[in-house]
Design a protein around this ligand. Structure first.
Ligand code: ATP
Length: 140
C-alpha cells in the first residue's frame, strides 16, 4: 500500500464533491483532507522544479487564485494509479486520449494550466508533497 498527494486545483474546487466521489469509487482511501489558500511563496515552493519555465508565472498565478484541496490518498500502487485516474497533463490531450479521466472531465481545455487536479509523480515526490501540505503529520 502506498500514499500519494492529490490536489484539487482552484478552478475545480467547486466540483470537489464529484471528484471525491471518483476518488472513493476508484478504491482510494482518503487519509487526510485539507482546504488551504496557497500564498505566492507556498506555490513557488511547491512548484520549485518548474522555476524558469515559460509557464511558471501563469502557473503560480493560477494556483494562488483560490483555495486548493489537498488529500493524502492511500491504496495499492496509489502513486501510479492516481496519475492514471488524472489522465494527461493537457486537458485537450486528455479529452482525446482519456475522455473519462479527471483532467478531461474537470479541466479547462482552453488553458494548459487549468487542468483541475494534480498527483505526485513518484514516491519521492509523494513524500515531499505530503510533508508540504501536512507538515504536522507523522506517518510511519
Ligand atoms: P507533475 O507531477 O510532474 O507536476 P503534471 O502532469 O502536473 O505533472 P507538469 O508538466 O509537471 O505536469 O506541469 C505542472 C503543472 O503546470 C501542470 O499540471 C499544469 O497545471 C501546468 N502546466 C504544464 N505545462 C504547461 C504549459 N505549457 N502552459 C501552462 N501551464 C502548464
Amino acid at each position: 500500500v502506498q500514499r500519494t498527494l492529490a490536489l484539487i486545483k482552484p478552478d475545480a474546487v467547486n466540483r470537489a464533491a464529484e471528484i471525491e466521489k471518483v476518488i472513493t469509487e476508484e478504491g482510494f482511501t482518503i487519509v487526510e483532507r485539507r482546504q488551504v489558500t496557497l500564498s505566492q511563496a507556498d506555490a513557488e515552493t511547491f512548484y520549485a522544479e518548474h522555476k524558469g519555465k515559460p509557464f511558471f508565472e501563469t502557473l503560480i498565478e493560477y494556483m494562488t487564485s483560490g483555495d486548493v484541496i489537498a488529500f493524502i490518498l492511500s491504496g495499492d500502487d496509489a502513486v501510479a494509479r492516481w496519475r492514471q485516474v488524472l489522465g494527461p497533463t493537457k486537458v485537450s490531450v486528455a479529452r482525446q486520449e482519456a475522455p473519462s479521466s479527471l483532467r478531461a472531465r474537470f479541466g479547462d481545455p482552453g488553458n494548459d494550466s487549468k487542468n483541475g487536479t494534480h498527483g505526485s509523480d513518484s514516491l519521492t515526490s509523494a513524500q515531499r508533497e505530503i510533508k508540504f501540505f501536512f507538515p504536522d503529520l507523522t506517518l510511519e
